[in-house]
Design a protein around this ligand. Structure first.
Ligand code: FAD
Length: 116
């Protein structure tokens, strides 16, 4: 195992990025302002240019051409992002995540209160 203070590899970077993106989507407004929508679009559209894993960035850019970001509401964005993450999961041979559980995973925690 690599020491914890190593620079992130593709997996560490992916986990940290998904944490940031899903959490940001979970707290995005139900009714975003024009400015909030534009900022979210700009954040997402910058990833294919700036994400520091070249082949990941390039796959994401192609994927986003087919599936343009949906930033109209919190639930729309959370679902869109879950689907994009699932596209990566499938490409990497991982299991798909049940997008009905995206709020439980990234916002509310499980009903048994084990994350409270
Ligand atoms: P991750 O996939 O990082 O997921 C973290 C946690 O999110 C999971 O434990 C689960 O609880 C939850 N989760 C899983 N799926 C979903 C979902 N659909 N919606 C909501 N929550 C979910 N790696 C490569 O090797 N090649 C690539 O081309 C590549 N492209 C990437 C593109 C992007 C934009 C990003 C952000 C990452 C990419 N990665 C890529 C990294 C890859 O997606 C994983 O982050 C990495 O392999 C670590 O996987 P993991 O199994 O720990 O869980």
């Amino acid at each position: 195992t690599r020491p914890a203070n190593c620079p992130p590899d593709v997996e560490d970077l992916g986990r940290a990025t998904w944490t940031f993106l899903h959490t940001t989507a979970a707290y995005y407004p139900d009714k975003p302002t024009v400015t909030q929508r534009a900022s979210m679009l700009s954040l997402l559209r910058s990833l294919p240019t700036l994400y520091p894993c070249g082949h990941c960035a390039s796959h994401l850019g192609e994927n986003m051409k087919e599936h343009p970001p949906r930033v109209g509401s919190r639930s729309e964005l959370s679902k869109w992002l879950c689907e994009r993450h699932n596209d990566v999961n499938v490409r990497l041979g991982k299991e798909k995540f049940d997008c009905a559980k995206v709020d439980e995973r990234w916002k509310d925690g499980p009903p048994d209160g084990s994350c409270d």
